[in-house]
Design a protein around this ligand. Structure first.
Ligand code: ADE
Length: 235
């Protein structure tokens, strides 16, 4: 998979993409993340990528000619151009899955007051990472990239991939414990050290259901329960 990120601040991505699982995914050539400086598509001597808004007002607007030129230079037959904006569709795991199925994403990060409306000529879809306003699209592009890359086959080891199963079923993760067995008088639930794998699996499923019910009941409204889940909820 290839992800091109169009930004005025490519340096913001260096540490997040140069660490941990995203770094390993690039080293394994499972994903190519291409940081593109929008200024490289400016034609003037000062490489100006933004300008004052027509009609006046505060802030600067990303120039349409630069964005259009950049997208045209990078586009491929199976690519999707995504603009990160609070006006977009709010990101969730279903949307992440759809994006992960693409061979090529172009993520456009706005900054300051936004982009010239004529950039829409090359934009396929708009995504928001939540109902709050950030200073730019860079952090949202990192969020989208991280969520998408971890779904690319081979990126997560088989141990890590398990986590996906949990959110894939729209339930929150069950509680986890590691050594030592007692911390400040707090013990690990006995079932987890019982060696009974079936009991552990059922306990985890029950805890996932309970947690989701308590913390995010809205997630359960969009989902049906299987027979085992019904049984666990009644226990
Ligand atoms: N740019 C600024 N705020 C944003 C948000 N919440 N989601 C996506 N892009 C943004």
């Amino acid at each position: 998979m290839r992800i091109d990120i169009l930004t005025l601040f490519p340096e913001m991505f260096e540490s997040p993409f140069g660490s941990s699982i995203i770094k390993r995914a690039q080293e394994k050539k499972l994903v190519k993340i291409n940081l593109v400086n929008l200024r490289d598509f400016a034609l003037d001597r000062h490489r100006q990528a933004d300008d004052y808004p027509y009609g006046g007002g505060a802030g600067m607007v990303l120039k349409a000619d630069i964005v259009i030129r950049a997208v045209q230079a990078l586009r491929s037959p199976d690519c999707r151009v995504v603009y990160l904006t609070p006006q977009g569709e709010v990101l969730n795991q279903a949307l992440v899955k759809k994006m992960a199925a693409r061979a090529h994403l172009i993520l456009l990060c706005g900054h300051y007051e936004g982009i010239d409306e004529r950039c829409q000529a090359v934009i396929d879809e708009e995504i928001s990472i939540g109902d709050y306003v950030l200073t730019g699209g860079e952090i949202p592009a990192m969020v989208v990239t991280d969520a998408v890359v971890r779904l690319v086959p081979g990126v997560l080891g088989s141990d890590e991939a398990h986590t996906e199963e949990s959110f894939g079923s729209s339930l929150l993760e069950y509680p986890q414990y590691t050594r030592p067995r007692v911390v400040s008088g707090l013990e690990v639930p006995p079932v987890l050290v019982s060696g009974d794998h079936q009991a552990v699996r059922r306990w985890r499923k029950k805890m996932s259901l309970k947690r989701t019910l308590l913390k995010r009941p809205d997630l359960l409204l969009q989902r049906e329960f299987d027979p085992e889940e019904r049984e666990l909820l009644e226990e």
